[in-house]
Design a protein around this ligand. Sequence first.
Ligand code: DGL
Length: 264
Amino acid sequence: MLKNRPIVFFDSGVGGLPYLRLAQERLPSESFIYVCDSKNFPYGTKSAEELCSLILMTNQRIVDCFNPKAVVVACNTASVVALGALREAFDIPFIGVVPAVKPAVEKAGGKRIAVIATQQTTENDYLRALIHDFAPENHVLTIGANFLVDLVENHLFSSTSEERIKKMQLVIDQLRAEEIDTIVLACTHFILLESDFRQALGPLVKIIDSRDGVVRQLIRVLENHSLLVLNKDPVKEMWLTLVKESHKYKLFAEKFDLDYRGGF
Ligand code: DGL
């Protein structure tokens, strides 16, 4: 049946998992497939042109293999670089993630804001426009921190919080030096470092991300297309575009309550 098709979330790796978790909480009867584009990890260090064509190829495979009813681009880098091209290439809805600059100003009341993302995202015009439109009177610092993507993807479960905070020190020092009151986690991977940021920065700095807005948008899109469904036995699977380090991905799948399925 048309509606019973799964919703796919994809990212270069494990960054989109916190988005999927919230979507599952709010849509418990939907089938979800999580795709780590392990073949093309990391995204943030590639040129926009190369990345766009790789993401289009990955999504052709996703569409051919899983026949999803919607795809969530659970990656800021992929969203700023390829969302338009994906919408043009395929006739299913694509939901992107957007750096939460607007909520940081309007909901959190941030005055001195830091947007922490991949280099690719910090250099993109889309982020510049967001800051121009929603934070014109704020002090906004953008920090490109590709090295934190590797920290999450490859060392999250094999490190202590103390060790991770040490690796994050450069960023933490910058946030302190600029007296930042609100940080926007604009790389999905960084949400998995939220408790480390909290520990390092203390209770007063606000930490914002786009999970709520993205999942609300997903629900809106499914409603508008009459695609919401009540599956009795919804699927919850994780797949890779290239099988490597399966132990690591199996661990993430377990923590996020997904069935690990390997490559496709
Ligand atoms: N998780 C991705 C993002 O939100 C970036 C990860 C990568 O560079 O591969 O930007």
